[in-house]
Design a binder for this molecule. Structure first.
Ligand SMILES: C[S@@+](CC[C@H](N)C(=O)[O-])C[C@H]1O[C@@H](n2cnc3c(N)ncnc32)[C@H](O)[C@@H]1O
Length: 224
């Protein structure tokens, strides 16, 4: 996958919704817990200052799930990627308030980060929770989960590492299942969709959807 000429992205940057508190938090904590985007690979053990399992989360939104999982699993290191400043500010603030030492954040397009900054066979797990569904057919090409990106992710994962995706959009769920099933370096941990993971806390976003009668589909594959 070549990124320099990539024009289709899985997000649209919405400016102007950043509160002063979110911007202050981002500016205050980014130098401590943030990693600037660069076109060179990271030594993740060096970044976190220890050898521990490394979990990548793509599109953490406001970061509630990231902070919750990281605080419950202090033995793992979590690298979160998100493009939106409010979410980055919000997660950084939480990380500072909770005194979490096992979270780092990159504010940049995850496709480019994975391609340029993550070394082959360096990840123990990947979380993609509620990626933007891009429901209109003409926008399906913007969906994050695409064969080329999944194939790239597979190269960055260690054998045995897991990829966990959750969505509340049925057609996207079916597409994700199809794409992951088609990637020879992944094996499904179940028959089709996985049962709800205890690992993943219920976010406000998800709770709202469930109250509206939405269903959630979970997909859990392992790198062979
Ligand atoms: C629907 S939200 C879900 C947020 C969160 N995971 C949750 O469950 O509440 C999807 C998020 O993915 C982010 N995103 C989409 N494409 C991305 C990309 N290529 N790189 C980084 N973040 C991305 C968006 O900015 C958005 O915050």
């Amino acid at each position: 996958m070549s990124t320099p000429h990539r024009s289709i992205r899985s997000y649209v940057l919405r400016q102007g919704r950043v509160t002063d508190a979110q911007r202050r938090a981002r500016d205050q904590w980014l130098s401590r817990f943030g990693i600037p985007y660069a076109q060179c690979a990271l030594d993740l053990d060096c970044v976190f200052g220890r050898a521990a399992p490394k979990i990548l989360e793509i599109g953490f939104g406001m970061g509630e799930t990231t902070a919750d999982i990281a605080s419950r699993h202090p033995g793992n290191d979590y690298l979160g990627i998100e493009v939106h400043t409010p979410g980055v500010g919000s997660l950084l603030k939480r990380v500072a308030e909770l005194g979490l030492k096992n979270v780092r954040v990159i504010q940049h397009d995850a496709v480019e980060v994975v391609e340029r900054m993550i070394l082959p066979a360096s990840l123990d797990g990947v979380h993609v929770f509620f990626p933007d569904p891009w429901p209109k057919k003409r926008h399906h090409k913007r969906r994050l989960i695409q064969p080329a990106f999944v194939s790239l992710l597979a190269t960055r994962m260690k054998p045995g590492a897991y990829l966990h995706v959750a969505t509340d959009w049925e057609s996207y769920a079916l597409w994700i299942l199809e794409v992951l099933t088609g990637e020879r370096r992944f094996a499904n941990t179940g028959d089709a969709f996985a049962p709800r993971s205890e690992h993943r806390p219920l976010t406000k976003f998800e709770a709202r959807g469930l109250n509206l009668g939405h269903r959630v589909w979970e997909v859990l594959f392992r790198r062979v």
